[in-house]
Design a binder for this molecule. Structure first.
Ligand SMILES: Cc1ncc(COP(=O)(O)O)c(C=O)c1O
Length: 400
């Protein structure tokens, strides 16, 4: 009998690992590699938040807490939802976990039975389908197109829903495309869900504060209050407050679901890091000045990258509304041959050739469920971005 669980056979290893391993090898061999694959801000956690963590250690706040969070942080999360999202939650409707990732995973573990379907719009964050599989469910991928701004249409959502659908996972602004749904676009999707009372919505609002230009962030239960009773609104401090390593995410939702998620967490990891919870409390309750300066910095970098990539032959780079990613199409490069003689047959070959020939590491589109594209993270310095985009332009100019 095989020793490893059959469930694991359903989950594929991260498709991005091969690329990052290759990048690390090239770097170790002395090649000048610039990685545009990071999923985290390139700057440090703000000082007031770090100080709160240090103060927690010095005050002896280093013991277990309630499995899904300290009351102070739950209250701060309720205040945040009311202040920023017009959503009213009570502390018993809040769950705090080890990153947004654990929150999403807990919710799927707490709700999915064999055969339950979860609608996931593509391009998607790589973890969604595999988390659904780990929890015993079936991912149903609904592919959004570049023509529709990488956003799911109401017709596509309608077509993806069956009697077995339990959840729609919704992510705006999106990883990997940066696409953000306007109020009206989101309302068109929630209208579909109103017609299907058995379908719940898991909203991943992780990139809320990284919204640019005219785009105004909105969340499903805010846009359609009738869905409040079947919405899990998830968020976290990782991206907005440059706190990826602190591992704090949270959600607001119906009490019965939150209780079920607590059960999963209390029998697996118990409470998220106590010190990090006190730091997250300062992130949410302390000065928010940092958010605006960050947002402005990322918007400037977005504009730089979009403009330089659109100047590359064969690349079409839509302007994203948020997050720190762009997701250009390389349809114009497919079928050509690189200067070093590689035939660009798909986006994985493109990304590998780009890395080997120019030292630029990106993530290929197939990893996110929509090809032929690649994802660039612009969470790195302006100088590195300019250098990297120039090398991409040279690579594309060399395609024959
Ligand atoms: C869309 C999306 N949701 C959730 C997460 C998880 O964030 P955390 O680091 O808080 O677990 C990420 C991280 O990359 C993400 O891109």
């Amino acid at each position: 009998m095989p020793f490893l669980s059959a469930t694991l056979d359903r989950v594929k290893p991260s498709p991005t690992i091969a690329m990052s391993t290759k990048a690390a090898e090239l770097k170790a061999a002395g090649k000048d590699v610039i990685s545009l694959s990071a999923g985290e801000p390139d700057f440090d956690t703000p000082q007031n938040i770090k100080d709160a963590g240090i103060a927690a250690i010095n005050a002896g706040k280093t013991k277990y807490t309630a499995p899904d969070g300290i009351p102070e942080l739950k209250q701060a999360i309720c205040d945040k939802f009311a202040r920023e999202n017009d959503l009213s939650y009570q502390p018993n409707q809040i769950s705090v976990g080890t990153g947004g990732k654990q929150i999403l995973y807990n919710a799927l573990m707490a709700t999915l039975n064999e055969g339950d379907e979860v609608v996931i719009p593509a391009p998607y964050w790589v973890s969604y389908p595999d988390m659904v599989l780990l929890a015993g469910g079936t991912p149903v991928i609904a592919e959004a197109t570049i023509e529709d701004g990488f956003k799911l249409t109401p017709e596509q959502l309608e077509a993806a829903i069956t009697d077995k659908t339990k959840w729609l996972i919704f992510n705006s602004p999106s990883n990997p495309t940066g696409a953000g749904y306007s109020w009206d676009e989101l309302k068109a999707l929630t209208d579909v869900l109103l017609r299907h009372p058995h379908v719940w919505i898991m909203s991943d609002d992780m990139y809320e504060h990284l919204s640019y230009g005219d785009f105004k962030f909105c969340s499903p239960a805010q846009v359609e209050p009738q869905l409040y009773e079947r919405t899990l609104t998830t968020n976290g401090v990782s991206k907005a407050y440059a706190m990826t390593g602190w591992r704090i995410g949270y959600a607001g939702g119906p009490v019965a679901l939150i209780n079920a998620m607590r059960k999963v967490q209390s029998q697996s990891t118990s409470n998220p890091c106590t010190i990090s919870q006190w730091a997250a409390l300062e992130a949410l309750n302390g000065t928010q000045d940092f958010l605006e300066s960050n947002r402005a910095l990322f918007q400037r970098r977005r504009d730089l990258v979009v403009s330089m990539l659109n100047d590359a032959v064969g690349i079409e780079c839509p302007v994203p509304d948020g997050a720190f990613y762009v997701y250009p199409s390389i349809a114009g490069c497919i079928g050509k041959t690189s200067a070093a003689g590689t035939e660009i047959s798909n986006d994985e070959v493109f990304a590998t050739a780009l890395l080997e020939e120019t030292g630029i590491a990106v993530v290929f589109g197939a990893a996110f469920g929509l090809s032929p594209n690649f994802r660039v993270s612009y969470a790195t310095s302006d100088e590195a971005l300019e250098d990297a985009c120039t090398r991409i332009q040279t690579f594309c100019a060399g395609l024959r």
